[in-house]
Design a protein around this ligand. Structure first.
Ligand SMILES: C[S@@+](CC[C@H](N)C(=O)[O-])C[C@H]1O[C@@H](n2cnc3c(N)ncnc32)[C@H](O)[C@@H]1O
Length: 332
């Protein structure tokens, strides 16, 4: 089959992405969700200026988002509904320029300089690294934890189902965020106990989240860094969507900390997107490079970093969405 012709101007367009992200950030879809609303009122409620907002909305109407049933009055349509705050897709939150990922997307303006080898994109755009930025802002940090919760809400049940977690007495989710994965595992396996290790902001959110899920007495929440020694009381150390955030050198350091804590009888389980879904994989690879200086890895590269950390890949379980669970054991 002949490949689809590429519309280079559609591919290179920057106007639509910024227009959509701006109305997502201003929550215009929420304001007009029940009925058409006058521009002045939308501007007031979104804390924006009526003239530029009107020009932005008229542009979007021309491209199929919102309606303008009478001059300077804007209403909802199917496309704007996708941007409502309670849409299950979480689209608005991913695109929110005041949220962690929407903001990180803005660092793509520095892609050219990163490719030229001049400087890392995120730091050049915002003056600090992504993780430093989150540590300085509870709003960014909380928004990131919430986005990871949205992402994990489909992946976590699949991961819990696809592996026999019963063979581990205690599972430690390292860089586990709010604890969505440990929740899915523990809800399915009542005899398994859990641990979440993460930085201060996410650890606080994990405490609250796991309490709300009735699991607080079965999960230990530890505030700490995976670059430091980890508690050695677990049988399995899970790194879910963590290693992709780091270059090989740091990923090896994190794996080595897990291997050290797991000891001779423990397992280290890497959950990452694999190249089987090439479109998602290459896009995520670029995002990781720009946001955090990380990278996506195929199984060969994962094998190499595992080996450098004293581990070997014992089994790979492919799950839906292009992810794999890569079980590593100590390389004795
Ligand atoms: C991409 S998120 C993945 C979160 C979660 N595992 C999931 O799959 O949804 C990466 C996680 O690593 C955590 N993290 C970053 N640096 C860390 C460090 N030095 N020590 C521990 N956790 C860290 C972040 O706070 C975040 O929760």
């Amino acid at each position: 089959m002949a490949p689809e012709p590429v519309d280079i101007w559609a591919m290179a367009d920057l106007v639509k992405p910024f227009a959509v992200r701006t109305v997502a950030t201003l929550r215009v879809a929420d304001i007009v969700r029940d009925r058409p609303v006058a521009l002045e009122e939308i501007a007031k409620r979104s804390e924006a200026q009526a003239d530029p907002l009107g020009r932005l909305l008229r542009y979007l109407v021309q491209h199929g988002m919102f309606t303008e049933p009478e001059p300077d009055v804007f209403g909802p349509n199917a496309a704007s509904r996708e941007l409502e705050s309670d849409s299950p897709s979480g689209t608005r939150e991913w695109l929110d320029l005041d949220g962690a990922v929407g903001r990180a997307d803005l660092a793509f303006v520095e892609l050219i300089e990163q490719v030229r080898g001049h400087h890392p994109a995120y730091r050049a755009a915002f003056g600090r690294s992504f993780w430093e930025d989150l540590a300085h802002s509870a709003q960014l940090s909380d928004s990131f934890d919430d986005l990871m919760e949205t992402k994990s809400s489909t992946l976590a049940p699949v991961v819990a189902d696809e592996l026999d977690w019963d063979r581990f007495g205690r599972v430690a989710d390292i860089g586990g965020g709010k604890g969505v994965l440990i929740d899915a595992i523990l809800q399915r396996y009542p005899d398994v106990r859990g641990m979440v290790v993460d930085l201060a902001g996410p650890a606080l959110n994990a405490d609250e989240y796991l309490r709300s899920r009735g699991l607080r007495d079965r999960v230990e929440v530890v505030t700490g860094s995976f670059f430091d020694p980890l508690p050695d009381s677990a049988d399995a150390y899970v790194l879910s969507d963590v290693l992709g955030d780091w270059d090989d050198e740091d990923a090896i350091r994190i794996l080595a900390r897990c291997a050290e804590a797991a000891g001779a009888d423990g397992s280290v389980l890497i959950i990452e997107l694999l190249p089987g879904a090439p479109e998602a994989f290459t896009e995520m690879d670029l995002r990781m490079m720009i946001y955090v200086g990380g990278r996506m890895r195929d199984l060969d590269r994962t094998d190499r970093i595992a080996s450098a950390a004293g581990l070997f890949v014992a089994a790979v379980t492919r799950v839906s969405g292009g992810y794999g669970i890569i079980e590593c054991l100590p390389d004795r």
